[in-house]
Design a protein. Structure first.
Ligand code: PLP
Length: 389
């Protein structure tokens, strides 16, 4: 199988070869590696809930009550009593009739989009949408019209010109995962109403992050009633794993029957669902967490901007530091690691060629002194590598 070796050698040469690294988590924002302690600015653990005592205890107690694995798919024997409770709580939080939990956010997107669109339909998709949306679109075998990022004029043109016999679906990230900007939902909804299209919003980076009480993108714009499907994950701001689709009762009934990533996979453990429920409860009970996340994000953004880095203004905890070439981005990430910071270097295929960047992810669990020191280190390293003057 020579093609495998050739692929790997070429990826290495282009500085695009990737491998996993193992860190020992200490708390929500620190890891140990080779005896050293690092501050993590690369995790989607936006509220630090993975290490909240109440969440940890809920997970442990559920394992003792219900066992570890679920033992089966949801439609067979996997639906333990915590599932309907979580789904009710998610629906209340998202202000929808009901919700359906999938095993990951990836599977929620894949299963939902591929169940809702079919050959003859057209899916209108932002060019920077997450890979799980892209894969869902491909699996649906519908026509795919990709519009320029957040460009609703382009979306309007495509909607006007698409030769669509079937349904129209518009799909977008709520908060874009690699850029941290927020989708222009009001214009999207206006167009959707005009063209009778459905709107599907992936709130992986928005739930627990934007909108009143961290309710997500639809709530941020007050458009809860206009979004047909709100997708989300339990793995980012909520300190567990899993994904979900929230919407009408008939939609969810349909997904239970048609979404293959739901039907053909073993259900999540009680422990994971308990962690998700406890996390959601923390989020609902402690809106100050979302405010702290906002304050931390805006603090770091300001510090990096005043150091001369080109930071796009935004109000989310995702802060991309544009670098460009892959090798230079890796070098910057390595320098910062030597200085005690874990920040991911993002390269193709995650982002388009030539737009490599550091992707800083802020957490409510970071302290201001930690962020301040991190800002100094980042601007020092960027200066050393002539990324800034
Ligand atoms: C992380 C992410 C997902 C996938 O969620 P997982 O729970 O990690 O599988 C989906 N969409 C977006 C925009 C994401 O960033």
């Amino acid at each position: 199988m020579r093609f495998i070796e050739e692929y790997l050698a070429r990826a290495e040469q282009l500085h695009l070869h990737r491998k996993t690294s193992t860190y020992e988590p200490i708390d929500a924002t620190h890891v140990k590696y080779d005896g050293q302690t690092y501050l993590v600015l690369a995790s989607n653990n936006y509220l630090g809930l993975t290490h909240c005592r109440a969440v940890q205890q809920a997970a442990a107690a559920a394992a003792m009550t219900y066992g570890t694995g679920s033992g089966g798919a949801r439609l067979i024997t996997g639906t333990h009593p915590l599932y309907p409770l979580l789904e009710k709580e998610l629906a209340d939080f998202k202000e929808t009739e009901t919700a359906l939990v999938f095993n990951t956010g990836y599977m929620a997107n894949l299963g939902t989009i591929s169940a809702l669109a079919a050959p003859g339909d057209t899916i209108f998709s932002d060019e920077l949408n997450h890979a799980s949306i892209i894969d869902g679109c491909r699996l649906a075998k519908a026509s795919i019209a990709v519009y320029r990022h957040a460009d609703t004029q382009h979306l309007a043109e495509l909607l006007r010109s698409a030769d669509c016999r079937g349904k129209r679906l518009i799909v977008t990230d709520g908060v874009f995962s690699m850029d941290g900007d927020i989708a222009p939902l009001p214009s999207i909804v206006r167009l959707a109403e005009h063209y009778r299209a459905w709107v599907i919003v992936d709130d992986a980076h928005a739930t627990g992050v934007i909108g009143p009480g961290g309710k997500g993108t639809a709530a941020y714009y007050g458009l809860e009633k206009k979004i047909h499907v709100q997708l989300g994950t339990l793995s980012k701001a909520l300190g567990a794993e899993g994904g979900f689709a929230a919407g009408s009762r008939t939609l969810i009934d349909y997904l239970v029957n048609r979404a293959r990533s739901f039907i053909f996979s073993t259900a999540l453990s009680a422990s994971t669902i308990a962690a998700a429920r406890a996390s959601l409860n923390e989020l609902v009970q402690r809106p100050a967490l979302v405010e702290k996340l906002k304050a931390n994000s805006s603090f770091l953004r300001k510090r990096l901007t005043s150091a001369g880095l080109k930071i796009a203004p935004a109000e989310t905890p995702i802060i991309p530091v544009p670098v460009g070439p892959a090798a230079l981005t890796l070098e910057l990430a390595q320098m910062l690691k030597n200085a005690g910071l874990i920040i991911s270097a993002i390269r193709p295929p995650t982002v388009p060629e030539g737009t490599c960047r550091l992707r800083i992810a802020v957490s409510a669990a970071h302290t201001v002194p930690e962020l301040s020191e991190a800002a100094d280190k980042i601007s020092w390293a960027a200066r050393r590598l002539s990324i800034i003057k």
